[in-house]
Ligand binder design. Structure first.
Ligand SMILES: Cc1ncc(CN)c(N)n1
Length: 232
């Protein structure tokens, strides 16, 4: 995997800036060995399934954090989009996990009972804390690397992986129009939310560095999640 595609910014200038400020951490997340193994099929199936089981739990808590974005929303547009993401996570994205694990003989009840790995605990509780202790910008900045990073990874892998690649179902989910449309909606939400709270020149606000740091912290937690997946 050489990742020739230009990284998409999903129409969001704020995301493009956060990603640039995350620098090497963003690269470590989106070009991780686990990601390369998904693309070329060299990732052992046991590691993939272990990751999927953990990710099922991750998505449950991640949905709880998006629900906190509904709580912290300032207007109906923010509340509607955050609520639709909660719905997308629990009623759609998690189906991928249930389907692939089911085919491998792991029932949904077993997914719910799996013990959380420490990297999973650290990441999910970080985003929930951002939602509990912070405002709307704190929580969306902490949630953003998850949304945009998988969109970027999906697009890069779809462009380079073989049509019959081992992990094609996973790749197609995150390269698909439905997921990318959601990324663009979150991109528009983030830009509007930042402008409404920090003005047209947000980087001159003292809060900018704080929310950009939240994005960077969550990006490093994504790297930890892939490390956990490789450890198996
Ligand atoms: C850990 C993690 N990060 C992001 C995604 C994409 N929603 C995910 N499924 N899992």
């Amino acid at each position: 995997m050489t990742f020739h595609t230009t990284a998409p910014d999903f129409g969001s200038t704020v995301f493009a800036r956060w990603r640039a400020e995350a620098g090497e951490d963003w690269h470590a997340y989106t070009r991780h060995a686990f990601v390369r193994g998904l693309g070329d099929g060299s990732l052992p199936q046991a590691n993939f399934l272990h990751y999927l089981v953990q990710d099922y739990i991750f998505l449950f808590h991640f949905a709880r954090a998006w629900a906190l974005a509904v709580v912290k929303a300032d207007n109906i547009a923010e509340a509607r989009l955050a609520a639709s993401i909660v719905d997308g996570l629990v009623n759609h994205e998690m189906s991928l996990h249930v389907d692939i694990c089911g085919k491998a003989g792991i029932a949904e009840e077993a997914l719910l009972q799996a013990e959380e790995e420490r990297e999973n605990l650290a990441y999910t509780r970080y985003v929930i804390d951002a939602g509990l202790s912070g405002d709307f910008l704190d929580v969306v900045a902490a949630l953003a690397p998850c949304v945009f990073g998988y969109g970027e990874i999906g697009a890069a892998l779809a462009a380079e992986a073989a049509p019959d690649a081992t992990y094609r179902q996973w790749i197609d989910t995150y390269a698909g129009e439905e997921y990318h449309d959601m990324c663009r909606q979150v991109g528009a939400l983030v830009d509007a939310a930042v402008e409404a709270r920090l003005g047209p020149d947000p980087q001159s606000s003292p809060r900018w560095a704080m929310i950009s740091r939240r994005f960077q912290a969550a990006t490093r937690l994504e790297v930890g999640f892939w490390d956990m997946g490789l450890r198996g």
